[in-house]
Structures are given as C-alpha cells and as structure tokens.
Design a protein around this ligand. Structure first.
Ligand code: ZN
Length: 469
C-alpha cells in the first residue's frame, strides 16, 4: 500500500472504495516533518501494526513508517438497519419499555450476560410513573484503563410516535406525518452498535465500560435526575450521545429553575362591591410589569451577570363578574452562574410578594403569595483538559472532522450526570430539525457517531495509550 503526502496530509493510494480511509492523529514512531500532520488510514485490519510506504512530493522525507492503525470500521448496513428498527418502536417519555426490551434482546444475543443488564427503578422516582427505569449495561472487560460510560436517552417527543423511518438519499425521514425520533434513537443505536462491535471483538480485550440508556429526558431530564448511580459505579470518562452535529461537543450547559406561583386574593362581586375585593390578576399584572421595567424578565443582564427568565403560564378567574381570588403562574430562570439564577428567582419572588401586599380592598386587607421553586438542572462546565473532552476531540479528529466545544443554553442529561459525579461530554449524531415533523437523520453523520462510540469503548478505551490487541 502506498501513502503520499498531499498538503500536509497523507492519502492512501490504491485503496479500493470498500477499504475505508479516515484521517487520524499520527501514531508514527518518527515524524516525517515538524508540521502536525494528519494521517489517512487504511483500516481493514484491527489494531495491526503495519509498515507502510510514504511517498512525498517534495520537501518532506519519505521512507518506511511503523503505524498502529485504529480500527474505525463498523458494519454500516447493520448499524443503519438497527436504527430503522429501533426508531420505528413508539416510546414517548414514560413509555420506553418496548425500546428497552429490543435493546436488551440485541445485547443478550451478542453475549452480554443477564446479570450485567439491570433496570435501576428510576420510573418509581420520576415525576410521572413510567413503564421502565434506566437500562444499565455493564461491560466488565479484561483490560486495565479508565472506566468509560456511554449514555443516550430512549424516549422521544410525542410527535415522533408512529414514526415510519425510510431511507431517502443520504438521510432517514419518517414516511408518516410524524417526527422521525432520531432524537435520541440515533444516540441509542450508535451506542448499541458500539456494544455489539465490542462484544464481537471480545469484551475481555478492553478496559471496563458501562452503558446507560436513560428514560424521560424530554420531559425535564427525569431519568438522568433519578439515576441510581450505585448501579453505574465509578466512571472516569463519560460520553452522552444526543442531538446535533457530530463535530459539536457540548462541554457545559446552563442551569435552570422552575417556579410555581400562586396568588391568593379576596373575591367580591365585580358589579355590586368591587372595592371589597383584592384581585390576583391585578397583583400578577403589577408584579410582571415591575419585573419587566427593571430588567428581570426576558434576557437579564444585571451588574455584569447574565441570565434569562420568563413567566410562561398564567391562569386565573372563572367569570368577569368576580374579582379574581386566585391566579396560578409558572415561570423559569436560567443562568450559567448559579448565584445569578438564584438572584433572578429571588427578584421574581419579591416582585410577587410586593404586589400581593400592595393590592388591598377598602378595609386594607391584602393578598398573599405561595411560591415554590425547584432546580431543574444545575449548570456545569468541564475544564478544557478533561479526559472526556480530550478523548472526544481525538475521536472526532480521527474520523476526519474538526471538533468544537459549546456551552449549551438548554439542559441536557449531562447536567444531571454531572450532579451525580459523572462528567460527560455530549456528542451529536446527525439529527436535524428535532422535535418537528421535518426531523431527519444524516446517515453519514450517524455512521460517524457509531464509529466514535465504538472507538471510545474499544481501541480508544484506554485513554491516550494506544492498544495493540
Ligand atoms: Zn434528545
């Protein structure tokens, strides 16, 4: 096989199309130039140490180099079939059992022992009851090295129920008028592909790994929140496969808090004696107007700190002839800075308290406030040199893409994993237009996600030192 340097890259010369070639960081025993070079790999053989010939056009030296080749190949036809089968299974939040059953069946058939497959009972702790808990699969391995977690969520948003996945060019879409459900079945199937590939290559050849298929992500990260961490065990590196492009690594996310607000007023006949009442709608209006005027609603920037807030739901009153005695509101606050988020919540609370106290009837009786707030997910941010980030970057580069990190303004399962001491990078799988009827999956991206997931728990499982099986 011939290799040739082309503009700082090596290309395989004479590789046939079924001989997959992908660039990876140079594992050379000696560097041909001082420039950082990317290598194109001839990946027909797992982890084999091979000598290849490098041909150079001009300045770089040529010669024999000893390469250890990462095996990035997966069975792409099987990976795609798997996605189509599993995505066709209905499974909105709280109804994931059939999906979990199918996954269980496939990993069992691949040789994973029954005792390594457990449900953590999270569905007994979540806000809504579910048909099953988080599915946790342990792959004990036989190699030394970091213990790696791969995670994805099994539920889809309701618009995806009834999805009929069909291949359309280089995409998969639903032939029914539904969302596809690639969020997050593509994540599940990328991980599933990795498990099956690892079992095929021999679990005992790799360091330990653990997989979590989570429930109830779409209704507020409930599965991740109520994960039984004792079933997962200690983890050194973690990768959550969810929405977005393959290059994107979500390395942090905002924290969010939800408030329920109840205003109690004084009822009175609106025509006969309105002065006897204290209207909760007036209280709510005053509080909201006050927050808005002082910059605590919408995009919030106060004293150099940032966040967002919203009063999203308001309901109260049953008739126009009654001074409204009760109004319910729901609001939220977000910030990457937990202190700032708490401050926004405190301002919202104070504004409603003040309004309830100021709206009185003719005898000076005022309203009252019942205020409840709970943290949906806490903000987190991994350091740039975190082992999960380093490994994810390396994996993305190996498939020939340029990784970039992003801090999300929405909550992801990784927020809760972080609270449980599991520090995960979230990677995309090529889903597009998620949560809509136009959702599609980019097949090349999905297959790359399969390759990344596989590498992370096979040859890339031992961190920086390269395995030779
Ligand atoms: Zn998702």
């Amino acid at each position: 096989m011939n290799w040739r340097i082309v503009g700082g890259c090596f290309l395989v010369v004479g590789a046939t199309t079924n001989q997959f070639a992908a660039p990876f960081e140079s594992p050379l025993t000696r560097q041909p130039t001082e420039n950082p070079l990317r290598w194109y790999e001839f990946a027909s053989d797992a982890s084999a140490s091979q000598t290849v010939r490098i041909q150079t056009p001009t300045d770089a030296p040529s010669g024999e180099f000893n390469l250890t080749m990462p095996n990035l190949e997966v069975d792409t036809d099987a990976a795609l079939d798997r996605f189509i089968t599993i995505t066709a299974i209905p499974g909105r939040s709280g109804e994931e059992e059939a999906v979990a059953q199918k996954i269980t069946e496939l990993v069992r058939a691949a040789g994973v022992a029954d005792r390594r497959i457990v449900f953590d009972g999270a569905d007994k702790r979540t806000r809504i009851p579910g048909t099953c808990g988080n599915l946790i699969i342990s792959l004990p391995g036989g190699g030394r090295g970091p213990r790696t977690l791969l995670s994805a969520h099994m539920d889809t948003v309701p618009i995806c129920v009834g999805s009929q996945p069909v291949i359309d060019g280089d995409q998969v879409r639903s032939s029914a008028p539904t969302g596809l459900g690639a969020d997050d079945r593509s994540g599940c199937c990328a991980i599933l592909t990795a498990i099956l590939e690892r079992m095929r290559r021999g679990d005992e050849n790799f360091p330990p790994a653990v997989i979590s298929f989570l429930v109830q992500e779409e209704i507020g990260l409930e599965g991740a929140r109520h994960l039984d961490v004792s079933q997962v065990g200690q983890v050194d590196r973690a990768f959550n496969f969810d929405g977005g492009t393959v290059e994107k690594m979500t390395i942090g996310a905002i924290g969010g808090e939800r408030m329920t607000i109840k205003l109690n007023g004084i009822p009175a006949h609106a025509g006969v004696a309105p002065e006897k009442g204290a209207s909760t709608i007036v209280m709510a209006a005053r509080a909201i107007a006050d927050l808005d005027a002082r910059g605590w609603l919408g995009r919030v920037e106060q004293d150099g700190k940032f966040g967002t807030s919203n009063v999203g739901v308001i309901s109260g009153g049953e008739a126009t002839n009654v001074i409204t005695p009760e109004t319910h509101l729901r609001a939220e606050a977000r910030s990457h800075d937990p202190e700032m988020r708490s401050r926004i919540v405190a301002e919202i609370r104070a504004a409603f308290e003040k309004a309830a106290a100021e709206v009185t009837n003719d005898e000076g009786a005022c309203g009252s406030l019942e205020f409840d707030s709970h943290v949906d997910y806490e903000a987190f941010r991994l350091p740039d040199d975190h082992p999960s980030i380093l490994a994810a970057s390396k994996a993305i580069r190996m498939i020939g893409r340029e990784p970039f990190g992003e801090v999300s303004n929405g909550g992801v399962d990784a927020n809760w994993l972080f609270r449980h001491g599991i520090e995960a990078v979230t990677l995309g799988c090529g889903q597009r237009n998620i949560h809509t009827a136009d959702e599609t999956l980019m097949i090349p991206d999905y297959l790359d996600a399969c390759r990344i997931a596989t590498w992370l728990i096979t040859e890339g499982a031992d961190g920086d030192s390269r395995r030779t099986a």
